[in-house]
Design a protein. Structure first.
Length: 201
């Protein structure tokens, strides 16, 4: 926490408010996650779909704006990925309460992000280590979280409830697989580092 506070203070001391917008957009998903969970929990589909599109819009815009303003940072990456994880986990947890997705999925997402964050050593300022499978899973989390909400808000049911649950189990397995892959690549990277350091001595 001390690191995060010092990073915020040092990095943004001389920046204008416009340079803070990407991180503000990312952090906004923390604050709309709870209302989203409550709306879905109580089957309030119209407000839920509005919050869903706010989350999608901020997720699309924050990274692009950070690159445009040239203010990319490890802190920004952590805010982006962690707010995504919180938002989809809370949303899927409420959908699980309605029997639309398996409860194991939001649990797997929370555990996977915790592993991902600790493996990347992001709290010490290291950039997050991403993978193709992890990025694919992240997109699919939003799709699975959003599609039932869209269907209920429009009252147009193209996909049956059983298909959402099946897709959820597939995503849970894919999430566990990504955790195993990350564990393996992390061990391989550590071994490579030890060999490299051994060769320099």
């Amino acid at each position: 926490m001390r690191y995060l506070i010092s990073q915020v203070a040092n990095r943004y001391r001389n920046l204008s408010i416009i340079h803070l917008v990407p991180n503000i957009l990312s952090a906004s998903r923390y604050f709309i996650a709870i209302p989203m969970g409550l709306f879905v929990w109580h089957s309030m589909w119209i407000p839920a779909v509005i919050v869903l599109w706010i989350a999608i819009t901020t997720d699309v815009v924050d990274g692009r704006l950070a690159r445009y303003l040239n203010v990319q940072s490890s802190l920004g990456g952590l805010l982006d990925h962690s707010s995504d994880a919180v938002f989809v986990s809370v949303t899927l947890l409420s959908l699980a309460r309605l029997g639309l997705v398996p409860l194991v999925l939001p649990i797997c997402i929370a555990l996977a992000f915790l592993q991902y964050m600790l493996d990347s050593k992001s709290l010490s300022g290291m950039p997050l280590r991403t993978s193709a499978l992890g990025r694919c899973n992240g997109i699919c989390y939003f799709i699975l979280a959003g599609f039932p909400i869209m269907q209920h808000s429009l009252q147009i049911f193209i996909i049956e409830k059983d298909m959402f649950e099946l897709f959820g189990w597939g995503l849970a397995l894919s999430t566990v697989l990504s955790m195993i892959c990350l564990l393996y690549t992390s061990d391989a990277a550590d071994d490579s580092l030890r060999v490299d350091l051994g060769g320099r001595r």
